[in-house]
Write a protein that binds this ligand. Structure first.
Ligand SMILES: NC(=O)c1ccc[n+]([C@@H]2O[C@H](COP(=O)([O-])OP(=O)(O)OC[C@H]3O[C@@H](n4cnc5c(N)ncnc54)[C@H](OP(=O)(O)O)[C@@H]3O)[C@@H](O)[C@H]2O)c1
Length: 483
């Protein structure tokens, strides 16, 4: 199955932080791949902006190297690359300085979509928004894309929303969470709301519990300094995991319009119960064969930041009353896996005897690796020997369904940037959503700080601290294996 490409209108896109890691690894390669697919018009302008002194040609070499390094070899087409590079420009600008703005203004065309991607540290979000406005570069047709982290608590997120609101309307602001750009995440909505099959069962009457796991094998590495000030709660739970939780638990929106979807997500966040201290386990990885301990990598021997977190929460509404939702994320764990598992209840009565046919179905939505969905169903074990039942997966790997090795599945950044150009905010967080997520997160973090909570140590390559297993054992449940 070849995916259909719908070209976007021409645009001027400025990437602030155009020389940074994210631009090099994701944004620029992603734009090239969309260009190759025929989605980006040849007269589009892509302007890198940062303090480094490049001219257009120097920056084109930078872009060309990033394509060589981060785009699949099968997609590196010489002619397409040289055509793409004609779209590339560069303007040296210090976000905190005065120079460069008139040059940038000259590159912007009248009556063309303008997008400004702030791929810089969060302290520059406000100054850049202000300067774009003050120099008349931002207009009614402009969109501004803001990277994470969006604040580090409710107060700072409100302050950032207020600064952005001085220069941009909410419908122009795109707060990016790349998890929402993943094929599977959108498929989650297609599966839930495009089929009659699941929705009648999607509630506390039939769902025993939900598990969301985002496990990484890597440690904090070179990001130790940043990570130590945030920890897993701020880095993963408040944003990515909260968004996944919203999509899995929200009510069907009346339309697929951005605000209709985001209204429903917001209701989920606002209905989340506060989390008690006995419902959370924090962890920090120890030294192992493949690397140093968290504290050494973070260069903070007294660090109390968590590299692992597991928690139980509930959504106080009619649909989910009594259904626990377990979230778990961590670094240096046994395997790299991101998945949502909806664990259904056992059938109420087994006609096959007490031991048979009492296993609930599990729907697993995999975000990585191998994006896809898998539904475990009970069938009869083949062959003679009576009615013995086994569980087998009904498996749908998107890569297989799309007919090749997955190269046709656009990377999350590719999809999200194209949505910005189209002006579609459905997969971006609204200001009130982000604030509500911080309002839920803040008391949890404050409680740790009040009691100087220390994370539990865990071995690298494990599933996290023992106590996290107990969190489910106490409820008579088990985590799915991280593998
Ligand atoms: N890297 C990732 O995988 C990733 C993932 C998710 C989110 N993010 C977020 O994306 C943003 C960028 O991350 P990154 O990893 O690309 O950071 P980075 O590698 O440190 O790059 C920062 C960029 O900002 C530019 N910059 C710094 N100070 C500036 C100033 N005063 N004026 C203009 N430009 C300035 C730098 O270029 P010059 O030094 O040339 O000025 C560079 O291009 C951050 O908010 C980060 O949290 C990154």
């Amino acid at each position: 199955m070849v995916s259909r490409v719908i070209p976007v209108d021409t645009f001027d896109l400025v990437i602030f932080g155009g020389t940074g890691d994210l631009a090099r690894r994701k944004i620029l390669p992603g734009l090239y791949v969309r260009f190759l697919a025929g989605q980006i018009p040849e007269d589009a302008r892509i302007v890198g902006a940062a303090r480094s002194e490049f001219d257009d040609d120097g920056y084109r070499s930078f872009v060309s190297e990033s394509i060589a390094e981060f785009v699949a070899k099968s997609k590196q087409d010489k002619t397409a690359i040289s055509e793409f590079l004609k779209c590339i420009h560069y303007v040296p600008i210090d976000a905190l300085g005065k120079g460069g703005w008139p040059d940038l203004a000259k590159l912007m065309r009248l009556d063309t979509i303008r997008a400004f991607y702030l791929s810089v540290g969060p302290r520059l979000f406000g100054p850049l928004a202000e300067r774009l406005h003050a120099h008349g570069i931002a207009n009614d047709k402009s969109r501004i894309v803001v990277e994470k982290p969006f604040g580090r608590d409710l107060k700072s997120a409100c302050a950032l929303n207020a600064v952005l609101a001085e220069s941009f309307e909410e419908h122009q602001i795109y707060r990016i969470d790349h998890y929402l750009g993943k094929e599977t995440v959108q498929n989650l909505m297609a599966v839930r709301f495009g089929n009659i099959l699941f929705e009648p069962l999607w509630n506390s009457q039939y769902v025993d519990h939900i598990q969301i796991t985002v496990a990484e094998t890597v440690g904090v590495g070179g990001r130790g300094g940043y990570y130590d000030k945030s920890g897993a709660m701020r880095d993963m739970v408040q944003n990515h995991m909260m968004q996944l939780l919203c999509l899995i638990a929200m009510e069907p929106p009346s339309t697929f319009e951005p605000d209709a979807v985001r209204d429903e997500k917001l209701k989920v966040i606002r209905a989340l119960d506060p989390v008690e201290s006995h419902e959370i386990v924090r962890g920090q990885y120890l030294e192992g064969e493949n690397g140093a301990s968290y504290q050494i990598e973070a260069e903070n021997p007294d660090s109390h930041a968590e590299s692992f977190i597991a928690l139980r929460t509930h959504i106080s509404n009619w649909r989910w009353n009594g259904t626990p939702i377990y979230l778990r994320t961590g670094k240096r764990l046994r395997a790299r896996v991101s998945e949502i598992a909806v664990v259904f209840k056992d059938p109420p009565h087994s006609i096959f005897g007490p031991q048979e046919g009492r296993r609930g179905n599990v729907l697993v939505i995999r975000l990585q690796p191998d994006e896809g969905m898998n539904l475990r169903v009970t069938i009869k074990e083949p062959g003679p020997g009576g009615m013995r039942l086994i569980e087998v997966p009904l498996d749908m790997s998107f890569a297989e369904a799309l007919g090749n090795d997955g190269d046709d599945i656009p990377d999350a950044y590719e999809r999200l940037i194209m949505d910005v150009i189209r002006g579609n905010q459905t997969l971006f967080m609204r200001g009130d959503e982000v604030e509500a997520a911080w309002a839920w997160t803040d008391p949890i973090i404050a409680a740790w700080e009040d009691r100087h909570d220390k994370p539990k140590p865990y071995d690298p390559g494990s599933s996290g601290p023992e106590d996290s297993l107990m969190l489910l054992h106490r409820d008579g449940r088990r985590w799915r294996e991280i593998r």
